[in-house]
Design a protein around this ligand. Sequence first.
Ligand SMILES: [Zn+2]
Length: 453
Amino acid sequence: MLDRLLGHDFLCSDGRIVRVNTRAARVARGALSDVQAFVRALLPAGPLWVVDDENTHRAAGASVRQTLGAFGHTIPGDAIAGPVAVSELVAKARGAASLVAVGSGTVNDIVKSAATELGVPYVAVGTALSMNGYTSAISALLVDGVKRTLPATPPVGVLIDLDLCAAAPRALTLAGLGDMLSKPFSEADWRLSHHVLGDPWVKEPGELLATAFPRMVKDATDIGAANPDALASLAECLLLSGLSMAIAGASSPASGAEHLISHYWDMMCYARDEHPHGLHGTQVGIACCLVEPLHHRVASLGALPASAFNVDAAVAAHPATRVAAEAQVLARHGRLPEAVVAAIAVEALKKWVPRDVLRERLLRVRDGRDAILAHVREALLPYGAVRHALEASGGPTSPEALHAELAGDLDDWTVARDIRARYTVFDFASEWGLGPGGPNEGLACSERAGARA
Ligand SMILES: [Zn+2]
C-alpha cells in the first residue's frame, strides 16, 4: 500500500487530488547503512544540516552527520517542540539546502516546522516507532501553553532502521502502538462529526490501513517484545497513518477524543512548566482504554426505539445562551490556570449552538440513529480489543499508572472536549446528557449496558 502512495497524486472520492509529498520510505533491518544513498537520491546538492537531540545523537545522529559530511544541530534533551526551538533551528540553518531529522516526536516536529519555514526539503531518519507524525502534513507544537497542530510540509523521504528501533527504549515502541490504537476511535469520532454536523468525511484515509492495522493489532505481543518483524507492521501503520492525515487534509482520521484527553494531561503539566507525565502515545493508549466503553455504548444506541431518547430533557439541560455556556466552561477546569482556561473557552464556545439548533440536531440524529450509528460502529474493533492489544504489549492501560494526579475514570476527563472545536464522542455524550446525572444517563442498549463500567 505504501509504495502505491509514495510520490503519487492521490485521487480522493470527494474529487480532491492530494499530492503525497513523501516520495520514498525505506523500512528495513540495517537500513541505516543505506542512509547516504537514500539521502542523496532525494535531497538537492548544497549545505545539509543533520538535526538530532541528545539521545538520538548518540544512537544515530553522530554517525549520520559524519557519513553525510553535514552540519549539525543537537536539540537539548529537555526541549519542548514549540516556536522557540523552531526559531533557533531556522536561525542556525539559514542558507541550508536541505535538512535531515534524526529522531522521532520532538525532533521531527521541530525539523518539519523549520524546514517548512525555510522552504527546504528534509528527510526523516526514524530512531523509534513512537508516533505517527513521520509522514503527516502537520506538526504538533506547544504555543502559549496550548498544544496546536500546525500545517507543515512532510519529509520527502523516511528511513527507518528496524534494528535501531528494536534497540530504542521499549516505552517508545509502546507509545507508537498506543498512538496507533486510537485509529478506530478517531475514525468513529470523525464519522460522528460527519453525520451530526455535516463535516466532510471520506473513506480513503481509513481504507489505507485496512490490512496493516489488523495485522498490527494481532502482532501487539511481539511488538511489545521488540521483535523486528512485528515492528515492521507497526512502522507500516505509523507511516500510513501519517499519510492518512495528509489525505484527509486534517488529523481527524488519527486524532479524536482520546487525543484530547492526552493533550489535556499535557496542558496540566505545561501550566507548571513541567514535562508531561508520559509520552504522547503512552497517554493516548491509556486514553483509548478510557474511551473504548463510551464508543461502544454510543455505537449500540442505534438499536434502541426512538421513545428511549429524551430530546426535551437534553435540550433543557443545554446552556440557553453563549454567556451561560461560557460560565459552565470557565467553571469546569479547576486543574488548569485561569489564563489557559480563558483560551480553552474560546475553542469550546465554537461548538455551542442555541437550543433550537440543538433540538433539530438531536431529532435528526434520533431519527437517523440506525444508519448513523451502524456506520460509526463499523469503525470500531470488537469491544475490549484495543485494551487487550495494549495489555498484550505490556503497555500501561490506566491513568494512575502514569501519575496519581491523573487517577480517575472517563467522567473525570470528558471536559477535555473543551480544548478543541472538533466534535467527538464527548460532545455527542454531552449534548445527549449520557453522563452521570444527565437526562439520558440510563440510555444504553442492554447488550452493552455492562460496557459502561
Ligand atoms: Zn497521536
